[in-house]
Design a protein. Structure first.
Length: 409
């Protein structure tokens, strides 16, 4: 006889804990509820104080107003306030007494009004001062969020707000900001790791190709056709190395500079001129200009790259004869200025912004040029921004450009 089937087993209990339900919105200590209770309580307290003061002033005024402004002495009416005539008729006497009482009441009401206004002014000053202090206390987390955001703007992505207190809108904002900073820090870390890996992976094969080409070119038995092909490939390989180096430098310079040291722009410009002087002599371009000391806080290698790119462009994009490049540095208005101006072709004003875009040149094809890879000004602008400065290009009258780099001191 077949055995009866076993009863089905109960499903396993979940190992995770269900998420706790948040209390209804109207029960949470939100900023709206807190401000409502705070200012409503302040208004209630101020109203109670004002009513108490008015009550005391009114009682005092009624006490003064209820005092008789006259008294009867030996069958005659005497008063220091009212003007009674002993020979007046009863009707005239009643009218004078009525006028005196009304005057006394009006004087009491005027006194009450003046003191009430003084009390209102005093309570208003106290209420505004107390409200200002309470508003500062309630909104103090916003100041903490702002200070953290400013530190993060300086590329210190490790900062966090970590706001404590009730679960209100400000805490939600701070927590959301912290989560955003976590994602940004991971993204920047991944970008730096990628730049480092790309630097190695892209430079290595290009360096190997250059070495192999140089070895074949050094062979005295190589035919002329092979040597010419090797020179062409070597020039192409060198151009690729410059392109990779420029792209990597552009990626690194887009971030803010964390480690800063004193750098003299005059020294940086002099080094750039020394590196470009041979090419300038070959092209018949004169380099001149006075360079006053202008010390800034930044990265010396990147700042030298700005000056080198600007001077190289000024030398290469120049007139065929009697050209010159003027390089000056100075301090002006709390800013360190590096100015590179040159003779050259006329540059339309509407093409100035295009010069700072990668791979853009002035009326020049993207390929087939021996003047660079089209990244010089893009790198210069990125490095200037990373140092908290800016670079401005202006057409020079008669041809050429005036490049102004301003950096905070």
């Amino acid at each position: 006889m077949p055995s009866a089937p076993a009863p089905p087993t109960a499903p396993p209990k979940p190992t995770w804990e269900p998420k706790q339900q948040e209390p209804p919105y109207w029960l949470r200590p939100t900023i709206r509820i807190r401000l409502t209770l705070l200012y409503g309580g302040m208004f209630l307290i101020a109203g109670i104080l004002l009513l108490s003061i008015i009550y005391m002033l009114a009682a005092q005024a009624l006490h003064v107003g209820s005092e008789l402004p006259f008294k009867i002495v030996s069958g005659q009416v005497r008063s220091d306030v009212c003007n009674f005539n002993d020979k007046s008729t009863p009707d005239a006497f009643n009218a004078a007494m009525n006028s005196c009482v009304n005057h006394q009441r009006q004087q009491a009401l005027d006194t009450l009004l003046n003191r009430s206004l003084l009390a209102l002014v005093g309570l208003s000053v106290i209420a505004f001062a107390f409200g200002y202090a309470m508003a500062g206390r309630v909104l103090s987390p916003l100041g903490r969020i702002t200070r953290t955001a400013r530190r993060v703007a300086g590329t210190d992505l490790s900062r966090r707000i970590e706001l404590d207190g009730p679960d209100d809108e400000l805490k939600e904002l701070a927590d959301t900001f912290d989560e955003m900073l976590d994602r940004l820090e991971r993204a920047f870390t991944a970008q730096q790791r990628f730049v480092g890996n790309a630097s190695h992976e892209l430079r290595t094969p290009l360096a190997i190709n250059r070495t192999l080409l140089e070895v074949h070119l050094s062979d005295p038995l190589a035919p002329p056709e092979l040597k010419q092909l090797g020179k062409t490939l070597l020039a192409t390989n060198e151009r690729s190395e410059q392109l990779v180096e420029g792209l990597l430098l552009l990626a690194r310079s887009d971030n803010q500079i964390v480690e800063r040291k004193p750098v003299d722009l005059a020294e940086v410009a002099s080094r750039a001129i020394d590196q470009t002087r041979g090419e300038a002599v070959e092209r018949g371009v004169e380099i001149r200009g006075e360079r006053a000391p202008a010390v800034v806080q930044g990265n010396g290698v990147l700042l030298e790259r700005i000056a080198l790119n600007l001077v190289q462009n000024a030398v290469r994009y120049n007139v065929p004869e009697d050209g010159w490049v003027e390089v000056t540095t100075e301090l002006q208005g709390g800013q360190a200025l590096l100015v590179v101006s040159n003779t050259g072709p006329v540059v339309p004003a509407y093409e100035i912004d295009n010069l700072f875009e990668p791979f853009r040149r002035l009326r020049t094809e993207r390929t087939g040029s021996d003047k660079g890879v089209g990244l010089g000004l893009s790198i210069a602008r990125s490095v200037a921004r990373a140092h908290g400065g800016r670079i401005i290009a202006e057409p020079r009258e008669g041809g050429g450009l005036v490049m102004r780099v301003s950096l905070p001191v």
